[in-house]
Design a protein. Structure first.
Length: 385
RNA sequence: GGUGGGCUUCCGGAGCGGUCAAACGGGGCAGACUGUAAAUCUGCUGGCUCACGCCUUCUUUGGUUCGAAUCCAAGGCCCACCA
């Protein structure tokens, strides 16, 4: 699958194939814990675990890289324990690549519990209310101790809607902090990605992207999308950000998303994605399929003997029925949540695998059309199809 | 056979003369979820209109009262203890 004969140094990004009709491309990004194939979906494992899933199972479903979170791990278990336990990989028993988010998203999601200052953000812990400070320096220090393969710059993720003055200010803040992150020491072989902000303002996105590129990061992310805006605005934000990023560096769209949105983003030239949706929504009872999501806990699946998704080869679908999963979810059995999470991740991962194959074999545009027909048939979501 | 307690909307269970279609919990149903404060959260849950409103309900029957799920009488069933 990966054509390179020998191991490449961390940060090497080999572009394998470019689509003739869109911005899509396949590639391999090398990290200190091995290569990842792009376009890729990265399961989210905020608190040193992809919720409900064992790393062994992640291996089995061919997950190549997962996320961890600076903010959460700093609070619990804390960096002294992380250091004693030898970093995040050793701690959680996962030896493939890890990307850590910087805590920038918590500036957005914990808006009621923090105050933004010039050098960083003073947070009040969502756990016990304890006050602490996190800025670019602190975030990088934590990410260094965690020993992630890819660290993210500490940024200010803004909400939607957001006025231009506020967004401009957040971009300046993000750039100032990005510069600071670059100056901080990294872990051995650790890559650092900068994050493009700018909200819905095209010129701001452009400015932010160009400034970051001038600083020289190992990769670039588009942040501040999928924060509640309507889909067209989301896609525009991605396009505005990706457009100005260097061709030869990986491009990561943060927080995406939905299968269809990812195909659109890849088409615009994006390479990496992460999203809590397949895992969180599994816990909340919805199944993702190649024909869209549906609520397995709905009464209509009470005695449905079909698997969650027909034709799926995941450990859930190859053994049990919708009726069984619905029953487990209904009575609150932990296995229900586990099996459905397994399925949803499998669905996302195989979707990306197929997408890479389509790009490599030069039929991405056609494949994308097919997916659109299945995932967005007149805007109506399929229900257990 | 005796004495006492009880029967409330799918279930459990408040209510003890009007402010009661009836608290609350469960269950059921529906919806939400996009760098995880989320195995979470929201709404609905007698009928008709689904707004206002109207209609039929709180074991049964009869009664007291301007007015009863709430008071009285009798019947039915259940529970406890004593025989």
């Amino acid at each position: 699958m990966i054509p390179t004969a020998r191991t490449q140094p961390p940060g090497t990004f080999e572009i394998l194939h470019e689509d003739a009709h869109t911005g899509a491309r396949t590639g391999v990004l090398w990290t200190a814990h091995g290569p990842i194939e792009t376009p890729i979906f990265m399961p989210v494992g905020t608190q040193a675990t992809v919720k409900a899933i064992d790393p062994r199972e992640l291996h089995e479903m061919n997950a190549q890289i997962i996320l961890g979170n600076t903010y959460h791990l700093m609070l619990r278990p804390g960096m002294d324990i992380m250091a004693t336990c030898g970093g995040l990989h050793r701690f959680m028993g996962w030896d493939k690549p890890i990307l850590t988010d910087s805590g920038g998203f918590q500036v957005f999601s914990l808006a009621g519990l923090r105050k933004i200052k010039r050098d960083g953000v003073s947070f009040q812990s969502h756990i016990d209310g304890a006050r602490f400070f996190m800025g670019p320096k602190e975030s990088m220090e934590v990410q260094r101790i965690l020993g992630s393969d890819i660290a993210m710059a500490f940024d200010e993720c803004i909400p939607w809607p957001c006025d231009e003055a506020y967004a401009t200010n957040a971009v300046h803040q993000t750039l100032r902090w990005a510069r600071r992150c670059l100056e901080e020491p990294h872990a051995e072989g650790q890559l650092l990605f900068g994050i493009v902000q700018g909200g819905e303002f095209t010129e701001l996105r452009e400015y932010c992207a160009k400034e970051l590129v001038a600083m020289g990061f190992d990769g670039y992310a588009v942040g501040g999308v999928s924060v509640g805006e309507p889909e067209p605005a989301l896609l525009k934000g991605i396009a505005d950000g990706v457009r100005h990023l260097p061709w030869n560096k990986p491009r990561y769209v943060m927080g995406l998303g939905d299968l269809w949105q990812m195909t659109q983003a890849v088409s615009l030239g994006a390479d990496m994605f992460d999203c809590v949706i397949p895992t969180r929504n599994a816990r909340n009872g919805s199944a993702f399929t190649r024909s869209g999501p549906y609520p397995v806990k709905a009464g209509e699946f009470k005695s449905d003997t079909r698997p969650i998704e027909e034709g799926c080869t995941c450990p859930c679908c190859s053994r049990v029925s919708r009726a069984y999963i619905r029953h487990l979810l209904n009575v609150g059995e932990i296995l229900g949540v586990r099996l459905l999470t397994l399925h949803n991740l499998h669905c996302y991962l195989t979707f990306m695998q197929e997408m890479r194959e389509a790009i490599n074999a030069d039929y991405f545009a056609q494949w994308k059309e097919e997916q659109t027909r299945r995932l967005r048939p007149d805007g109506i979501r399929a229900r257990g199809a």
